[in-house]
Design a protein around this ligand. Sequence first.
Ligand code: PBG
Length: 326
Amino acid sequence: MIPSDFHRGRRLRSSLALREMVRENQVRPQDLIMPYFVVETDDESFMKEISSMPGQYQLSLRQLERKVGEAVANGLRACILFGIPAQKDETGSQAYADSGIVQQAIRLLKDRWPQLIVVADTCLCEYTSHGHCGLVKNGEVLNDPTLNLLARAAVAQARAGADMVAPSDMMDGRVAAIRAALDEAGFVNTPIMSYAVKFASAFYGPFREAAESTPQFGDRKTYQMDPPNAREAMREAAADLGEGADIIMVKPGLPYLDIIRQVRDAFDAPVAAYQVSGEYAMIKAAALNGWIDEQAVVMESLVAFKRAGADLILTYFTEDVLKALK
Ligand code: PBG
């Protein structure tokens, strides 16, 4: 005799229509932010695939314009820009030069697609000869002297037309410094999406090839967070919100879903999650080997971010997902 008082979970799974009716989370085009790497070069046709990120490229301004044009036609709402300057120096001056490559890219994209949300990653590591996210003296990454340069970079980005700035450097006090500088320059309405909870992760490996930003000595462990820490993540998020961050980001993504959930539960601000380069590389590598179904794995990984409580997702799969959602 079969008892009749058990839960019949299968009732609501029996057809796609029913499953979709009771679905709790979904990925929408407006949740996605596509990262692009733009290179300062005279070669308009420059487009170099990043070997550890198949399908992702370093792009000249012209090629960026072409790529973004295609993506906008497929429903792209937002992108984040990383720059690779022709010249790097000790102080990362191309990060805050009005003629810096990201500033040029922002002007170009906003001119072509005023409705596109263009986010600027605010950091020095792609622009410094030593590859660190702050000023370096005697082998030490200095905190306070770096703040002014980050603030200048954010203002240069806003002046170029960036809709949002996203400090990713992990210097203490940078959100306050950037907010004050933006306000003083008249950009009171430019939001800050801070990489508030950014771990010192090995999953950033492929990005450093893409952005040519590998530290020339040491690592980023004196400024990015120690991966075993969760309570500390709450303090970082609280600090950035206190300093004026509008959106807080957790990074990397999938290995840190617990942190996304805790941040979501503890704070009311919008939460962004970054599915980073190493996560992209792992999925791509397995897919290229025919070991997994790429599109299914990508959609499952992205909805996991939503389920964990993220509002926004930065992912290199954005262009593919937009096509799939069409
Ligand atoms: C710059 C920055 C990094 C990433 C985003 N902004 C690299 C780093 O901190 O070393 C990583 C993104 C990715 O891995 O996809 N500070």
